[in-house]
Design a protein around this ligand. Sequence first.
Ligand code: 9MR
Ligand code: ZN
Length: 575
Amino acid sequence: MRIYINQAGYLPKSKKIAVLAEEIGVLKGKEEKKIRVFDQKGTCILEKTAIYFGEDISSGDMIWQADFSELEEEGKYQIKDEQANQSYMFKIDSSLYKDVNQLLCKALYFQRCGMPLEEPYAGVFKRESCHEEKAVLLEDYLKIMNHEVAKEEIPYFDVRGGWHDAGDYGRYTTAAATALAHILYGFTWFPKSFQHSLLIPESGNGVEDILNECLYELKWMLKMQMKDGSVCHKLTSMRHANFVMPCKDKRQFILFPASTMATGAFVAIMAKASRVYADIDKEFSKEAFSAAKKAWDWLEEHPEFIGFRNPEGCNTGEYEDNDDKDERLWALTELYLCTGEETYIERAKVLFEEVKEKTALGWSDVGGFAGWALLEEEIKSAREHKIPVVDEWKKESRVCESIAKWKRQYIDLIIQETERWIKLSDECGYMASMSPEDYGWGSNMVLLNRGMILGVAYLLSGRIEFLYGATKQMDYLLGVNATGYSYVTGVGENPFKNPHNRVTVADGIEETIKGFVSGGANKNPVDEKAEWLIEPELPPMKCFLDVWECYSLNEITIYWNSPAIFLAGFLDSLS
Ligand code: 9MR
Ligand code: ZN
């Protein structure tokens, strides 16, 4: 029998459920089990019954669940069953998610490109600057390759800065906008959860460090905009770097053509940033807004969809998408919030009807961010006054105004969707809001995005099951899953340690940088090693290996950290 708990621990008042699991077929009986909670001195302080849940399809396990929520006293604990099987140690601690969040945010600093990471901030992970060389446009790159022009004849672009996207050294506009959206909305709604220092070069300048960190990315993003207002889809070399430190990667960086998705996402995040930084960095705020406006004008001149596909021979990320309506919708709502101009919102309302994934929060579907933008103020004040948005609305009966009606529609959509996630969570022995089919590449992002929606739905409705649902997604991430790993490096007793991350592989340091979220279990891995090692019959939740070569299982990305940052911020804000 294996016993799973959230290895980071629990907030004193939160729901706490230990999962006991055994592979289907090993045990006959379904009878209840006893568990005991021990404190650090080894004293048994609580005895609970683990109730048989049933067979769990995603993991192939028989499951028992023991609710020990009544344990609220801060301290360090461990759970054992009658056969002396034991869980990892865990804490009950009210500042738990502040600490987790700090690591998750600091990890972004370790993704910084184009500047040295110095010892006072990076410790043993200090490293030289990287990717300082200027980039070229794809068309010029191809001409050079075909010997049609000389290297000296083409324009070069200074595109230093930003975060490496993931385990690779590319930087991609839609991925960046998504990560920033999770973080900036998290900051807007849970500012108190982001007061900690990250020990970065800007620390102590009077600005919250998370905003300092995001500014590093935002300022790079501005460089992705071309003179005509369009925004390049990505900045990478033609092929991924070898497994070398970033300073050793001397491949030519290329600005790939603009797409309407990248430009739309750019408009939206720059508009949002111009509001977030309005009082903090006036100059940047203005610059961000005019960049957004210029990008929007370009989009207006290009009403057709301009997608992105890798040119032949290119193997870096594609971030493909076949629809830009959601990006345009998000852009319109953010521009409306900046300007109050009705035309934006009128057009957004029309587009809204055409967008398919209206609540999605990922890099390909961003419709949900339009909803977040629309409800930005309501959720903020709900959080501040601890009153759910819908209750506040009942008092004001705002439903008659046309925008309010649309907001209401968004709320209903979010709640409907959240009910689905609750149902999935109830059907899963490990309480993840995931169906067996959901374990694909980056499954932890799917899980965390649902966690964010659950959190937002709680703020909108005040329904406690949504809060428990959000908590359960975090519990899965941090250890209540059939692999027994905490999917965040440096968090818990058994975190994964070998991310598919060029820096980690090449730095020769035993220790792993803390605070990275793994992509997680993937039942359809595409990397050679995982294809080789993952048995086809393995249940989806167990399709994971802590092996650095397995990029389709164990990579890290900025937009897998960002929803965890949002969720940790949300949970912390309730403690
Ligand atoms: O996370 C992305 C995953 O959902 C896609 O299936 C996959 C293939 O397009 O790409 C993943 O994104 C990778 C990106 O292309 C390059 N940087 C690393 C990303 C994480 O693996
Ligand atoms: Zn770099």
